[in-house]
Write a protein that binds this ligand. Structure first.
Ligand code: ADP
Length: 300
């Protein structure tokens, strides 16, 4: 059985359909990135999984159960976690554990290993107001894990951090994913690539892709011809052909041409290069990178 099974999930605000008939599943042990540009619906999906907002339609099942039976089995780090700044890290965890109904004996055994786990063992008695952004995110993760959930959901956990804080948190998540099933949202492909075995790509509330990293490359990678010659903005638009060329992106001295068919593309482009008498520096066939696939999938 799938750990999380989402079927035909929809969300409307007024007459706008924000989330459009989503189907996806998460297996135990997965580390899944919900990837999409700002406004694509990531937070809305996460809030529906957590029953913070109600879906307009569809079903969410966790080990086959509906939300009132499963919510205590999920840990959640919101996009902008807020803490009482006058509390210490340990006081916050004690307070949150009390809200989760964890008894004092279990708590005493849990807090120190957890603070150690998230790299805050030396800072547990400091006030949260003195914590850096990265330390607050770590504390947020500890708070999300205090009741030993089976699934950890995080909304953009690294996006507000500076590069060092980001690196530290990614390293922490790499170790956590060995113990806990993880779903997190991000708009940064690189974070997904570094951490996840599964990705879901969202565009305007619609899933463009759901599957493994290998599958996205296998199913979606398109051939690209890279053409290098000076003044690309003058010649690149003249490579367009409605039946042969899918799209062209260009920089100062290079164009990347997505073609529908490699052989037709090669013949057409070589003919054009000859006809336009381009001072060619490079003509190469490459495969799209994951980033190029992602950009193609989410661009309007
Ligand atoms: P993301 O997390 O990918 O940035 P969101 O889930 O926050 O996207 O938002 C998806 C879309 O839903 C956006 O167009 C946003 O403006 C809209 N939206 C979110 N919350 C509300 C709301 N309470 N009322 C109306 N529209 C909303």
């Amino acid at each position: 059985m799938n750990m999380l099974q989402v079927t035909d999930l929809q969300k409307d605000y007024a007459e706008h359909r924000i989330i459009k008939h989503l189907d996806f599943m998460i297996q135990e042990g997965d580390c899944v990135a919900l990837l999409g540009p700002n406004g694509s619906g990531k937070t809305t999906i996460i809030k529906m999984l957590l029953n913070i907002i109600k879906p307009t339609g569809g079903q969410i099942r966790f080990w086959g159960q509906c939300h009132d039976q499963y919510l205590h089995r999920i840990g959640y780090l919101p996009q902008h976690p807020t803490f009482y700044p006058w509390m210490t890290g340990i006081e916050l965890l004690t307070f949150m554990a009390g809200l989760s109904g964890i008894d004092k004996h279990a708590l005493d055994q849990r807090i120190n290993p957890l603070m150690e786990r998230v790299g805050l063992s030396k800072d547990g008695h400091k006030r949260i107001s003195t914590y850096s952004g990265g330390m607050k995110q770590r504390l947020g993760i500890a708070q999300a894990l205090i009741h030993q959930p089976q699934l950890l959901i995080m909304d953009e956990p690294v996006s507000a951090l500076d590069p060092l804080g980001r690196r530290d948190l990614l390293e922490l998540l790499k170790t956590l994913k060995q113990e806990t099933t993880i779903l997190f949202s991000t708009h940064v492909l690189h974070d997904a690539e570094e951490l996840c075995n599964q990705i879901m790509i969202l565009k305007e509330g619609d899933l463009q892709f759901s599957g493994s990293m290998e599958e996205i490359l296998l199913q979606n990678q398109q051939p690209i011809f890279v053409i290098q010659a000076p003044m690309a903005k003058e010649w690149a638009p003249r490579l367009v052909h409605p039946d042969i060329v899918d799209s062209i992106t260009q920089t100062e001295s290079m164009a990347k041409v997505h073609v529908k068919n490699i052989e037709q593309g090669r013949i057409w482009l070589l003919e054009r290069i000859h006809c336009l008498q381009l001072p060619l520096k490079k003509f190469e066939l490459v495969q799209e990178s994951l980033e190029e696939i992602f950009v193609r999938m989410v661009k309007s």
